[in-house]
Design a binder for this molecule. Sequence first.
Ligand SMILES: C[S@@+](CC[C@H](N)C(=O)[O-])C[C@H]1O[C@@H](n2cnc3c(N)ncnc32)[C@H](O)[C@@H]1O
Length: 417
Amino acid sequence: MSVLPEAPLQVRQHSQQLVEVLRDRIRQQGAISFAEYMQSALYEPGLGYYASGLPVFGVDGDFVTAPGLGELYGRCLAAQCDEVITALENNGCDRAGTAEPCLIEFGAGNGSLARVLLEQISLSRAARNQPHPHYHIIETSGSLRQLQEAELASLPPDIRGSVQWHDSLPQSLSGVVIANEVLDAMPVERLRWQQQELQQLQVVFDSERNCLRASYITLQNVEATPLWLAQLERILATLPEPLPDGYCFEFNAYLSGWLAAIGEMLSSGAVLLADYGYPRREFFLPERDQGTLMCYYRHHSHDDPFHLPGAQDITAHVDFTSVAEAAVDAGFNLNGYTSQSAFLQANGLLQIAEQLSQQSAGGNDGRSQLDSLRLMQEVKTLCLPGSMGDRFQVMGLTKGIDLVMQGFTELDLSHRL
Ligand SMILES: C[S@@+](CC[C@H](N)C(=O)[O-])C[C@H]1O[C@@H](n2cnc3c(N)ncnc32)[C@H](O)[C@@H]1O
């Protein structure tokens, strides 16, 4: 944790507008759950963090994701997607015969992953006289869509023309679904196990202090029993030990519906989910007794979700065991689960880095040395333990294809789920 930088006036005013929307909503409907608060803080049209047009990614924003580090991550993912697309084509693609295999990306950020994936897959397919795949982006934020359009403008017109944006899921596609750091950005409930009861964090508006405030309420006292309660109780029943008194954690009630919708959309193909998280047993370790919720403002991490609502990122780690269970319920097979480092290396990370380094060494000047250093730094950030290498995990799901994805052939940690 660190001291947070002072926010400029415009950012504070923007945040205050969202607080007023929330205040009015809370006045009308009473307290809201933490998940409703997080949904609004991140996605409220025009005001939520991802919908506001404020800088989010990179040095001018609040955080950097793997695709924002450089091209290595996208190039490795392209190798993995190419393998799946080829397998689908060899399989006769979609048995229903509805479509050629395509790529579908959820929450495409600043568009850099889409650009690298399209460049690389188009190149390798052109070398085999095959057409480039269509690319579907599921993006609810108008301002992020504009960023993505600008990033993809450098692609050749025919490839750029194959990109389609959607604000909800398209129907019946075959191909590869990619969700990089999407699960951690889904609204979560915050819960506490206290005196043999489950309590839910609720958000109210404190009129005296003119600010949002949160407190726990016993779930039995909530007006309507949440639909997800039975599902959560099943999860807790699988833990090797009961939770200690006062233990706080998060629960993603959207997860199973989201995977079920992807299962409906995808007639055959694969899903790649990359995020920070743990298998359930590690998610519920005693030392995580305050949960995993984190906030990011200007590259500073902290744990106050009520700091500048709508102007900072709020995230929670992923319980990958729940992801695997929901995926199986949605008709997927678990293809593999591994660290980001192992996944990228099994998809040729070191060879790709070496190739790029040799290409830039051709110049033999100061710039090429800088390029090589930058590549080395990128490999380290993506792979080293303590950096993204083991904090981030990749899960692969498949449906209607018989293939062990190459990304899981070096190290498969599915047995830990
Ligand atoms: C941390 S950002 C990651 C952006 C990008 N994938 C990257 O890696 O740079 C999380 C993104 O997930 C998106 N997101 C969260 N839930 C989503 C959903 N159900 N459908 C589509 N996008 C979603 C958010 O809008 C946001 O753009």
